[in-house]
Structure formats: structure tokens, C-alpha cells
Ligand binder design. Structure first.
Ligand code: IPD
Ligand code: CA
Ligand code: CA
Length: 257
């Protein structure tokens, strides 16, 4: 299944790439939440191919009406993760596809066609970027940890969410090496898997933002949890906390504000 998925995702990457270098009309789903015709085109392409090829799976995808979709044997798709980057020609944007069998992680694929970086993982078989095996960083000193985060779209409309973002930043920024905000949750998780970041946290993500990245990170030796350190449950938790495992406990402590 992995090879077929990669073939289809690489073809979809050509649609993303064409869009990236073209002039784009932007529609607003919410005050800060953008969508373009390319998000829809990539998604429609993937859905059609996946539904033809993998008949035992349903497809849950960001730009679709998922009302009657039951999460079980599912392929969870974000056609363009990092749409704001895509629109602004910042080459940190990717297609994200997570495959779950009976709700359990099976295959994760994240593809950045602009930089031609393909992240893949099959549960039990390790994680790779362009066929190079990935391993999380072995830094265990939180003060030396380079972290990543994201700001929720609701920061423009919900005072509670904005306050929480600012409180957590105020607490954690002096305690770590530094914090990045590059704008793609899927790639943020892959960057922890690759040992670039020691950790990553964010609120209000959707299943399609993280469905593939969490499989890739776990296969690279990383840890994913909810904000209280308990298991992260797809579709359910407000926060995700991801790390190289070694800083995880301190990370959780430093997010308690
Ligand atoms: C977004 C990106 C971003 C994160 C947002 C996501 P989108 O996905 O992953 O990094 O901060 O919360 O919604 O809208 O570009 O697919
Ligand atoms: Ca996304
Ligand atoms: Ca998206």
C-alpha cells in the first residue's frame, strides 16, 4: 500500500507545485483560515485515486464534508498543510496523508513537493526522509532544546485561546533554546522526527494536520501526548505535545500555566 500511496501523492504534488508558482485567488474559511482552488484540486485528486485504489478504507479530508464518515479504516488527508505559506510562496508546505486500520496508526506520508522532501513511515518499520532513516535528537537538556509551535486561527477571534498562547510563550521561551513558528503542523512533527527540533506543541489542530506526522515521529523514536502527558487521542485533544522523548516530562511541566 505504501508504494501506491507514494506514487499517488507524488502525482498530487505536481498539482501543488503548479499552484505554488501561479497567481492564486484566496477564499477565507474564517478570519485567518485561507483556502485556494489548489487545496480543493489536490484533495479531489487524492480522494478519487484513494477511493479507487483502497476500497477497504474511507477518506476523511479537510476540504470535504465528513459528516457521515466513521473513523475506522481511514485515510486522513490534508491536501495542503501550510496553506498560508503556500499562498505567500514560503516553501514550507506539504501534502499529509495518515492511514489508520481499525483506528490504529498504520502508514504516515508527508510530502513537500517544493523542496522534494518525502517523509514516510510504516508502523514497526521506522521513519525515513527520501529513504534516509530518521532519528529524533538525543538532546536532553531543556535549556538547549529548539522548540516549534503554531498559533491557532482562533487567535484572531477567541481571547481565551490568544491569552493561553501568550501565557505559555512567556513561561517557556526563557527556559528553552528558542522557538520557531514555520506554519505547517505536519512538517513540524517531521522536523522533530528528523532531529531538527527537540519538541513541538500547538492547540486546536485537526486530525488531518497531524494524522501522518504522529506516525512518522513515533517511528523515529519520538513521543506524542496530550498537554497533561496522557496519550494523544486523534480527533479529541485540544493540545498536542510532541518531542524527542528525552525532554518530554520537563516540556509538559513548562507548559503548565
Ligand atoms: C495549519 C498549519 C499551521 C497550524 C494551523 C493549521 P492549514 O493547517 O498546520 O501550521 O498552525 O493550526 O491549521 O490550514 O495550512 O492546512
Ligand atoms: Ca493543516
Ligand atoms: Ca490544509
Amino acid at each position: 500500500m505504501k508504494d501506491k500511496l507514494i506514487q499517488i501523492i507524488k502525482e498530487a504534488g505536481e498539482i501543488l507545485k503548479d499552484g505554488y508558482y501561479s497567481k492564486k485567488d484566496v477564499t477565507f474559511k474564517a478570519k485567518k483560515d485561507l483556502v485556494t482552488k489548489y487545496d480543493v484540486a489536490v484533495e479531489n485528486f487524492l480522494k478519487k485515486k484513494f477511493e479507487e485504489e483502497f476500497v477497504n478504507f474511507n477518506v476523511i479530508a479537510e476540504e470535504s464534508d465528513n459528516t457521515n464518515k466513521i473513523f475506522s479504516n481511514s485515510i486522513i488527508v490534508d491536501p495542503i498543510d501550510g496553506t498560508t505559506n503556500f499562498v505567500n510562496k514560503l516553501p514550507h508546505t506539504a501534502i499529509s496523508v495518515g492511514v489508520y486500520k481499525d483506528k490504529k496508526p498504520f502508514i504516515g506520508i508527508v510530502y513537500n513537493p517544493i523542496l522534494d522532501e518525502l517523509y514516510t513511515a510504516v508502523v514497526g518499520e521506522g521513519a525515513f526522509c527520501n529513504d534516509v532513516k530518521l532519528e529524533v535528537s538525543d538532546e536532553s537538556d531543556f535549556q538547549k532544546a529548539l522548540l516549534s509551535t503554531g498559533f491557532p486561527y482562533t487567535s484572531g477571534t477567541c481571547a481565551d485561546d490568544l491569552n493561553d498562547v501568550m501565557k505559555k510563550l512567556t513561561n517557556i521561551l526563557p527556559k528553552c533554546q528558542d522557538i520557531r513558528r514555520l506554519g505547517s503542523a505536519a512538517l513540524d512533527l517531521c522536523y522533530v522526527a528528523r532531529g531538527i527540533y527537540e519538541g513541538y506543541y500547538e492547540m486546536n489542530l485537526k486530525a488531518w494536520d497531524v494524522s501522518a506526522g504522529i506516525i512518522i515521529l513515533q517511528e523515529a523514536g519520538g513521543k506524542i501526548s496530550n498537554i497533561d502527558g496522557s496519550d494523544y487521542v486523534l480527533f479529541q485533544n485540544k493540545y498536542i505535545v510532541a518531542s524527542n522523548n528525552k525532554i518530554h516530562e520537563e516540556f509538559i511541566e513548562n507548559l503548565k500555566v
